[in-house]
Ligand binder design. Sequence first.
Ligand SMILES: Nc1ncnc2c1ncn2[C@@H]1O[C@H](COP(=O)(O)OP(=O)(O)OP(=O)(O)O)[C@@H](O)[C@H]1O
Length: 253
Amino acid sequence: MRGVTKCYGDGPPVLDSINLSARAGEVLSLIGPSGCGKSTLLRLIAGLIPLTRGTLEIASHAEVGFIFQEPTLLPWLNVADNVALPRKLKSAPRGTTRATPPSTAPILPSTDTRELLARVKLSARARAYPHELSGGQKMRVSIARALTLNPQLLLLDEPFGALDEMTREHLQEELLALHAAQAWCAIFVTHSVAEAVFLSDRVFVMSAAPGRLAHEVAINLPRLRNADTRLSPAYQAQVTHVSRLLRSVEQQA
Ligand SMILES: Nc1ncnc2c1ncn2[C@@H]1O[C@H](COP(=O)(O)OP(=O)(O)OP(=O)(O)O)[C@@H](O)[C@H]1O
């Protein structure tokens, strides 16, 4: 992104002159006060809303996956069919596929779907329906669905915000294991400093009104992170550092 500015309607800039570049395989986090424009930034990258000014380039043909805080699963499809949905929508001729309840019997999961379900530890629940799953399991389905098209870029908007602390930590570790296997670039929006530091190569602390990238912090921890990482002094020092930066932008707001 170069000089990206976003206004909604004829309102003031919500984001002002954002310059941001991400390398293949990098995990970036955006953290900042409520309303500073984190979700807006992700929606711009996803192409869901238009830029007001500036330029945004994504490597050509890059597949982009999006994971929201709400798992947004289709209640009438089982786990395997929810995960396979992006592939089915993509392979269907334009104008023929509608996301309405089908009357046909469920199709056997493809090998790819089965493998994805194994990676998110849901093989045993392939035939379950969303209402039969826990919050953490629903999020695992949402992650598997986002990975179905082998994205090079994964956008995550506060995906673990509604989950309890333990589930959240497990999912963070699982997400990093998936990243080690597939090496997509990820841009992660979170309100948790600990989560941002744990997951990221770089953390951006944003200031509000208008939203800007106020601080960039390189997280110099070994890439292979696990539960022990959270106990290490280096990790805790980075969490303290980012927390102070966040406090300072909040005081300026
Ligand atoms: N569709 C919209 N129309 C008008 N204003 C909007 C729209 N979406 C967001 N905004 C405004 O843009 C600003 C940034 O919103 P955004 O949701 O991007 O912030 P955020 O940093 O993700 O917030 P939070 O941390 O609370 O989720 C806010 O002031 C919000 O009110």
